[in-house]
Design a protein around this ligand. Sequence first.
Ligand SMILES: NC(=O)c1ccc[n+]([C@@H]2O[C@H](COP(=O)([O-])OP(=O)(O)OC[C@H]3O[C@@H](n4cnc5c(N)ncnc54)[C@H](O)[C@@H]3O)[C@@H](O)[C@H]2O)c1
Ligand SMILES: [Zn+2]
Length: 368
Amino acid sequence: MKSIEVSTESRRYPIEIEWGALRRLGPLVARLGTPGKAVLLTDRNVWDACGRTAARSLEDAGFSVTPVVRPPGEEQKCLASAAEIYDVLVDARVDRKSLLIALGGGVVGDLGGFVASTFLRGIPYVQVPTSLLAQVDSSVGGKVAVNHPRAKNLIGSFYQPTGVVIDPSLLLTLPEPDRIAGMAEVIKYGIIRDATFFRFLLEHRETLRAISDPEAIEHIIARSCQIKADVVSKDERDSGLRNILNYGHTVGHALEAVDGFGHLRHGEVVAIGMVAAAMLSSKLSLAPPGLVEDHLAILSAYGLPTSCPIRDPDAVLATMRHDKKAVHDRLRFVLATEIGNVTMAEQVPDRLVHEVLVELARRSSGPD
Ligand SMILES: NC(=O)c1ccc[n+]([C@@H]2O[C@H](COP(=O)([O-])OP(=O)(O)OC[C@H]3O[C@@H](n4cnc5c(N)ncnc54)[C@H](O)[C@@H]3O)[C@@H](O)[C@H]2O)c1
Ligand SMILES: [Zn+2]
C-alpha cells in the first residue's frame, strides 16, 4: 500500500493506493472514523462493476450502508440530482456523524462532494475514485461542484474529503476511451513537474496501456497524486501555484465549450491543449527545440489526439478571452520551459494563439 498525505489549511488527509483495495474498503474507511451510517453514492456502471463488493466490505466492518445508485453521465452533475440525493439523506436520517462515500468517476466524486459540503452545512465524505481521471485528479484537492445549464462547475466550493481510497484494479472494467483520456492528466504531471516521470511513462507505455503491470499502474497513480497533493497543499484555493495544474486547459476548455459538452472527452481536449501550449512556448522561444515533438510522441503513444478540425479559430479565441477575462489583446497561459517545468506567460498575443489554432486545424486535415 502506498500512502500519500494531503495537508491543506482546512484539513489533513491520507490517500491510500493499493491494487485490490476495494475488497478492504470497510477496514480502510473505519480507520478514518467510527463506523456508523454510510451513504454509498455511485452510478449504475460502477455499481454493476464493483458496487456490491464495496457495500459488503463496508457492512462487514460495521457500517450500515444506504446505496444510492444514479444514472451515469455528466448530466447528473446538476442541482436537480443533488436535490434528489438530499431527499434520500433526509429519509435515511443522516446526521453529521454519518459518512458519504463517493464511489465512481469524477461525476460521482464532484456531485457527492458537493452534496456532502452542503447537507447539514457539511458532513464527512470519502472519495473512492474508479476512473483514471478521478484517481489521479478529481478526487484529490477538494474542488466539489455541480454544473449550471450555462457553464460547467459553476456552483460549488472547496471541501476536502476525510480520505481517499484508490484501487487501481478497478481500471480493468473502465472503458478504454476513458482510460486513454485519463492518461492525458497523468502525462500533464510529467510535463509540468517531473521529467523522470515523463520518461517512465514513455518507456512503460505498453504495459501501462494494457494495465498488465499492477506495480507500474500503482506507481503512476501515486506519483500523480503526490504532485497534485504537493501543489494543493501549497495553494488550496487556486490563488497561485494551483494554476500550473491547468496546463493545456486554456485551449482545452475553449474547445470543450465551442464543441459543446460531452462531444470530446475532457482528457482529449487537454491533450490537444497541451500541444497548443507547447507550440506557443516554442513560438515565444521559451523552450528548447524538440518540446512540441516530445508532446506529440507521448500523446500519440497513448492514443490521444494531438490536433482537431477547428472550423472557427476566432470562436475558440473569443471563448478563451471571455473565460480568462483577457486584458487588451493578450491572454495568460501556463507554458512549459522544458519537460518538467512550466512558467506563467502573462501576455501572449492573440495573433500567436490564432496561428496555433490554425496550425492544429491544418494538422488534423492531413499529413504534415
Ligand atoms: N474536482 C476536480 O478537481 C475535477 C478535476 C477534473 C475533472 N473533474 C470532473 O470530473 C468529471 C469527469 O470525470 P470522469 O472522466 O471520471 O467521468 P465519469 O465520472 O462520467 O466516468 C466516466 C465513465 O466511466 C464509468 N466508470 C467509472 N469508473 C468505472 C469503472 N471502474 N468501471 C466501469 N465503468 C466505470 C462511468 O460510469 C462513466 O460512464 C467532470 O465532471 C469534470 O468536471 C473534476
Ligand atoms: Zn483536467
